[in-house]
Design a protein around this ligand. Sequence first.
Ligand code: SAH
Length: 376
Amino acid sequence: MDERRDLIGLSRAELVAEMAAMDEPPFRAKQLWHWIYHRGARDFAGMTSIGKATRTRFAERFTLDRPAIRVEQRSADGTRKWLLALADGREVESVHIPEDDRGALCVSSQVGCTLTCKFCHTGTQTLVRNLTAGEIVGQVLIARDSLEEWPVPRGGRLLSNIVMMGMGEPLYNYENVAAALRIVMDNEGIAISRRRITLSTAGVVPMIRRAGEELGVGLAVSLHAVTDELRDRIVPLNKKYPIADLLQACRDYPGSSNARRITFEYVMLRGVNDTPGDAKALVKLIAGIPAKVNLIPFNPWPGAPFECATDAAIARFAAIVRGAGYASPVRTPRGRDILAACGQLKSASERARRGARGPTPTHEPASSSGLGRTTA
Ligand code: SAH
């Protein structure tokens, strides 16, 4: 058994405490931070600014382990997707989506998800636990490793933005997400500014303000429906935190302004939420909120109970939202050839293994680690 402590995910203060525990001066923590998060060091041996004897002592006590890469896929459009294995064998996904002058990494916050949104594939994966801060930061390190972007460049980065839009509900794992984002935002390391980080929530209303005040990151809200009746059905969390409460939390979101608009995500489901009437109701609902609306064509998965809205319906919907003065980009699907939709790669890999080894139990109780499983 490896009893060494993994340093990835420790705060600066925790690193200083580790140094104190082994009678090393506090500035060692600063040196380690620089090596780990600015230079991307994967072992202690190469940390040449630190004396050899100290490096050896570090290697005896600590590791710099990232999650293991189980699968790395590269799409023809440049999208990269990783299926990662955590220390306990559980799996999560992250996806890097490059654009001309930048690129966003979509990061997971939980193994699986408790929310069971009806159009979301991750919601069908009932086994859930929170990721640690180290497992969240580890996803960023792995992307930087793969993109060969160490030391962290000042500008012109392939990995310039972070979206907490992978598997899981980040506001049900707030402490670890916050600890991870503080590391990611630290200027002497990964140095991705809060202005380039977006946290996406299905609407955990009591945590929204806290995230805004403490982290100051951008907010995205998965709205997807304009009536409580429909939203209760497709985003069951709505029974606990209905649309009016959610929109009030958006109005109160600290730091939102025209320069820093709230993103409303709206998945286009054929015959479900895609009419001109829905679009008109949407712009009424968000009136007065500095906002943009991301229209996401539904990304189908095997057995999904929905179809994607037609191009014509999406165009009609977008025109109404734009006519009301909101930016309303239609998100073009990326990485379709590599199953880049949320949760798909993990399921495909589980199916392949089940096929090879016979059926494995799919229903295990969710962990009791403070995950806010909604009973609504
Ligand atoms: N739990 C958070 C973040 C993860 S989901 C949240 O709900 O916001 C990231 C986004 O992808 C959400 O807007 C989610 O509703 C959307 N999404 C999930 N499955 C989808 C699918 N099959 N097609 C299109 N969008 C999907």
